[in-house]
Design a protein around this ligand. Structure first.
Ligand code: AMP
Ligand code: MG
Length: 360
């Protein structure tokens, strides 16, 4: 009976989520499609992921077109594996200037690194590479000597950004020849901010955009109700949900150990989020961190940084944070959920249980 109930719940939840996510509908290839629900939907491949856009409004077609162009443009500027990107050119020391969105993202990354006390660190790239977490890379466990050799090259103090106010360009100067940057932990969130701006330009009041673990729930649903966005169950992310958040005009970003990882022959799991202090994949008491915010960039950087911090420090960070305005859902390694007080009426767990974190 209990099992049937669980299956039933999963079906209901999947249905709820499918109402919100274009990812659940059949993928559209080549152009966009007008759907039964009146939206214009499109699936775009960029940033190594499949991105789904579902947009309602008179100018939905134009908005989707412009959004797709923007996604490819940001990808071309910031992909570490595309040799022509501004980031790859910096890393190869083939150029030292950054412009437009690359400048925005690096500036935001420096700020988020400072605010998170270094848990967020875009200079972890040499360590990310050493463990094989790059496109086309082969996963491997580097030995401790190799990690000790790489660690001195990691740190946000290993480069400086000088912004030229006249032409919106910046110059990056590396003080260490081996330091390399990877904005992968914030690019998708930043891209979702840009998409949100594009949707505003086309007077779109209702859209749901899914970039991997990053969701932009724009406005409300076309019927005026709130969006229902699911948070994956880290123990069974493909089949079940830990809970559902009811939101309006928010970015929801999840960093989870289940999203990208490999296992060694003993079954030990190594995940794609690195502790910049140790040079090792994070291993702590968290399974996933979801940040809900009005800024996609902040939500993306924070979900990564709070995952690095672990449960107690993440809770502490939220309690003391007066600069950054956000709510969060933490799921620990025992499957227990912790939510900040602003979500007490808008987040429902599948288990019916959640510990509320309050400021006091
Ligand atoms: P996310 O999925 O947004 O949590 O970002 C994880 C990605 O960002 C990884 O695949 C790495 O490329 C990079 N990364 C890993 N650890 C960190 C970190 N501590 N700070 C910033 N970027 C990181
Ligand atoms: Mg992130």
């Amino acid at each position: 009976m209990k099992k049937h109930f669980k299956t039933f719940m999963i079906l209901i939840l999947s249905f709820l989520v499918c109402l919100s996510f274009s990812a659940c509908s059949a993928p559209f290839t080549g152009g966009s499609a007008d759907t039964d629900d009146g939206s214009v939907s499109r699936t775009v491949y960029a940033m190594d992921i499949s991105i789904s856009l579902k947009v309602w409004g008179d100018q939905a077609e134009q908005a989707v077109e412009a959004a797709e162009k923007e996604l490819h443009r940001i990808d071309a500027l910031l992909s570490v594996t595309d040799e022509q990107s501004q980031l790859a050119m910096l890393n190869a020391r083939a150029a030292d200037t950054v412009s437009d969105e690359a400048l925005d993202v690096i500036t935001a990354s420096i700020r988020m690194s400072e605010l998170t006390g270094g848990s967020f660190d875009i200079s972890v790239y040499p360590i990310v590479k050493a463990w094989g977490f790059t496109t086309g890379g082969r996963y491997r466990v580097p030995d401790e000597d190799e990690i000790s050799d790489i660690l001195p090259h990691i740190g946000m103090d290993k480069f400086t950004l000088t912004v030229n106010e006249n032409d919106d360009h910046g110059t990056i100067t590396f003080s260490d020849p081996e330091t390399m940057l990877d904005t992968g932990a914030v690019t998708k969130g930043y891209a979702s901010d840009r998409i949100s701006g594009i949707l505003d330009q086309y007077d779109i009041d209702s859209a749901i955009i899914s970039l991997g673990g990053n969701i932009l729930a724009k406005g409300k649903k076309p019927d005026g109700s709130l969006w229902h966005v699911a948070v994956n169950d880290p123990a069974d992310p493909d089949n079940s949900y830990a809970g559902i958040a009811a939101v309006e005009d928010r970015f929801l970003v999840t960093s989870g150990g289940y999203q990208r990882y490999f296992e060694d022959e003993t079954g030990h799991r190594y995940i794609h989020i690195m502790d910049p202090e140790t040079g090792h994949p994070v291993e702590n008491d968290l399974s996933s961190v979801t940040v809900i915010s009005k800024s996609g960039t902040e939500a993306d950087a924070l979900s990564t940084a709070l995952f690095v911090k672990g449960l107690d420090k993440a809770v502490d960070f939220w309690k003391k944070s007066d600069v950054l305005d956000f709510e969060m859902i933490l799921i620990d390694d025992k499957g227990r959920t912790y939510i900040t007080e602003g979500l007490s009426d808008s987040y429902e767990t599948s288990s019916g249980k959640a510990k509320i974190i309050s400021k006091k």
